[in-house]
Design a protein around this ligand. Sequence first.
Ligand code: NOJ
Length: 731
Amino acid sequence: MSNDALPVDSRIQSLLARMTLEEKAGQLGVFADMVRPFAPDVNPETNMRNAAQVLDDVRAGRVGTLFNGVGAAQGRQIQRVAVEESRLGIPVLLAADVIHGMRTVFPIPLGEAASFEPELAERTARATAVEATAAGLHWTFAPAVDVARDQRWGRGAEGAGEDTLLGCAFAAARVRGFQGDDLRAADALLATPKHFAAYGAVAGGMDYNYVEISDGTLHDVHLPPFKAALDAGALTVMTAFNDINGVPASANQALLTGVLRGQWGFPGVVVSDYTADMELVAHGYAEDDRDATLRAFTAGMDMSMQSGFYAAHLPALVESGQVPLPLLDAAVGRVLALKAAIGLFDDPYRSLDPAREADASHLEAHEALAREAARRSIVLLKNEGGVLPLAGGQRIALVGPFARDLDNIEGCWTLFGDRTRYVSLEAGLRAGLPAEASLQVVDGCGLETALEGGIEAAVAAARAADVVLLAVGEPQRYSGEAQSRTRIELPPAQQALAEAVAATGTPVVVLLRNGRALALEGAVRDAQAILVTWFLGSQTGHAVADVVFGGYSPSARLPVSFPHASGQQPYFYNHPRTGRPETPQMSEFKARWREYPNTALYPFGHGLGYGRIEYGPVRVDAPVLEWDGALKVRATVRNVGACMAEEVVQLYLHDRVASRVRPVRELKGFRKLALAPGQSCEVVFELDRGQLAFTRADGSFGAEPGRFEVWIAPSAAAGEPAGFELLQPPA
Ligand code: NOJ
């Protein structure tokens, strides 16, 4: 019997028995793919090596995974070197940051989370996987599942916002979408929930900063989306750059070994973030490169990205006895098992088919999906006087630096998008323009600078129009990795444009471009209508036109709270109760800022459609919940408007008295439903003790008997609660 026919386990055992220490360390190395066309803008230090060196390393068995290059034909060449020219013929894994689309670009994950439709994210992740695997990839470093409670942090754009339950739903959906039903299929893309852990909690919202966090917040808020992603089948996890209460996440034994492997039984591979092991030295947590290697590896980090530390130091650490050989073999075994799980040993050329890469037959369907996902991600914050949708024969002025722009529609972490297929706002609006309407387009200003005569031209266009579509917001590079902000506001040049346009008195509809919640000010905040359009991807213009002209009634809801002002950050709806809450009667010496109450301008969960939805009172089926019982909570929701509408019905809970101060509200369920004009629906949620559980004062996880409040509401700030009591456990 040939070796290839052996069951995977014994094949891996047999490889391990034959590998040198250098080859073992090589399998744990992840290096930039300088062989194929590479995304040069990210991580510039990757250019440390050239293609020939990388191929030499593959040939010598010094590297097991390459990342961020694409192309099936050259991928085959790399694989041929690995399989035919390296001593043991172990195939390489080909990875990349494919975050929200490959050639077809879908909305940024934060935007897509606004749809409150995890199944939509599953579909876009699937389409992404189809395109990525066609382009010669096996593995994506996604989804980012960091809960982002501070909007200054630029990487909130990559996740699902500020809420844990929503984050869990999207984390799991994206993993399912990327990986598909069969990991061995040519279009299955390995998923990597990242960044483990608490990366979204960096102090002051500054990327790469330290994290000081309580155990309760870590376990109840930041860890669950990782667990959800693993339960959905993710086989790899990426560590975070930050430290947690002084211990860097990438050398954090308690997390990587204790929680991940111990408590959760994770069988897969832990990969470092980019040079995260090297950074242990900069953190002042490791003495030198060798010490950093020792600490990261023994804490539970299997693979090292780009630093080269594992290749340089692991063999000597094993020889000196500081790293036990079985520990190294276990890590290498996991990496080889990962390769086996996607069928690489049986077909090293899987996902490396140039004919499949050239085949464009699926792209039309993906474009349609991108348009659907984009319009389902748009949030209508306000719509005074029903200015939207735009009626028939209006004279429309499209004003703003994003009007014709094609450089700011994809959003952060889009490395491989096909720009030739991007649809600008102008192009989309022209394509959807009703026959009798007219469209005049004026930039008005640059993204950050005034334009000579820009404001005058914009004002003239606004005066000559019935309505202004004001396309303003954040440049794309303001969000994403390393893009933290102290002021989450519009650039002053754009704010000045907005003020001048509003002063004409022509109604203004803001088309907001943003990678985070923003603090809206002046004429932007006070516009007649505001559509939050995030970064919507390839089909931006068409999707916005669908909403603006009424072809689609907006159905998305905010996955992040829009504050009144930047200085409120971190602001998130599910904050702990203060001892001095503000009341309608009393503001003095209460928890508030001098200028603003402790509320959001637009709360989490908020969003309007073109229908008008009314909620009946929330009712509980019983005043008590038995310890082992279940309780139904219900409310009737009715579309009393004249248009079809989709409503996101949200279930919130509050624990009145507990051993630790509990959040004012927490999302415990949501349901999106379509309602025709006049249609009503009774929405029923079921609660049990599990949903009331939290990390208690003594560190244990569970519910505490006592009083609870429950809402069924259209946002985190709406509605009146019903009450019930969780009874004591039976004696
Ligand atoms: C650094 C980022 O933090 C991470 O998300 C990404 O996957 C790696 N670089 C690889 O590009």
